[in-house]
Ligand binder design. Structure first.
Ligand code: HEC
Ligand code: HEC
Length: 210
């Protein structure tokens, strides 16, 4: 009888210990995401007042590329890149082996949230013509192409995309091909958009792709 009690109690304690250790060691990506949610939102949907874009559902390869760029300063280190400078120290907090891939995998699996359109003056028809150039890398559907290192644009907030087009134009992103080879393929493309109106037109087309 005592033996049975003993076996039962150790099994119970063993079971409890197992549960507790499972609780104490949650998925690394999930626990790191609490840090991201402070700026990027609880669902990774982005928060414009903090200049933080939507990240939910971006492909893992692109998330890893960008986190590594923020970490090594090939993105987010230009003195007037205010938004990038906010992201850079966070990326540098991912300091343990595997942190970048764990958080990228977690964020890639989050369900994307459709962003509101904030600009209303873009002409989607004109933008569709311009977008033919962009489609070569970002895909006709705006879903991005890993083979070209080009991220999805459809589903991203228009205010953030405009900010990045201007960053590429003004040498705040992709200016140095030795440090940021993939950004340097994008910079001359941003330069083909003559002015803000041309950018707003192409963004109106991109919004219609969602
Ligand atoms: C202090 C606020 C803040 C926190 C915390 C933060 N970010 Fe950011 N993040 C930003 C801002 C601002 C930008 C926009 C940078 C820019 O405009 O270039 C950004 C940009 C990004 C981008 C680039 C997206 C793209 O489309 O290129 C990625 C990826 C990203 N963050 C991932 C993360 C992850 C993962 C975490 C958590 C480990 C995190 N961020 C935590 C503020 C933050
Ligand atoms: C030659 C290929 C190529 C073409 C053509 C191209 N892009 Fe890109 N684009 C890229 C790459 C590669 C990146 C990612 C750069 C990086 O790794 O930081 C990018 C990034 C971007 C980003 C930043 C997205 C983010 O989440 O931060 C925007 C916005 C963008 N492209 C808009 C455009 C528009 C608009 C056009 C057409 C006028 C265009 N691109 C044409 C290759 C291209």
């Amino acid at each position: 009888m005592n033996l049975i009690k003993y076996v039962l109690s150790t099994a119970l304690v063993g079971g409890l210990l197992w549960d507790v250790s499972a609780l104490a060691a949650p998925d690394r990506g999930q626990s790191l995401f609490k840090l991201c949610a402070a700026c990027h939102g609880a669902q990774g949907e982005g928060r414009q007042n903090l200049l933080a874009p939507a990240i939910a559902g971006l492909p893992q390869w692109y998330l890893e590329n960008q986190l590594n760029k923020f970490r090594d300063g090939s993105r987010g280190s230009h003195p007037s890149d205010y938004a990038g400078l906010k992201m850079r120290p966070i990326a540098r907090m991912l300091r343990y082996e595997g942190d970048v891939s764990s958080i990228a995998k977690y964020v890639a699996e989050l369900k994307p949230v459709k962003p509101p359109m904030t600009f209303t003056t873009g002409n989607a028809a004109n933008g569709g013509t311009t977008y033919a150039t962009c489609a070569a890398c970002h895909g006709a559907d705006g879903k991005g192409q890993q083979a070209m290192n080009a991220p999805p644009l459809a589903g991203q907030s228009d205010w953030y995309l405009l900010a990045q087009i201007n960053n590429f134009k003004h040498g705040k992103r992709g200016a140095d091909a030795t440090k940021d080879a993939t950004g340097a393929t994008m910079a001359p493309m941003a330069a083909t958009l003559a002015d803000d109106q041309a950018a707003l037109d192409v963004l109106a087309h991109i919004y219609s792709l969602q």
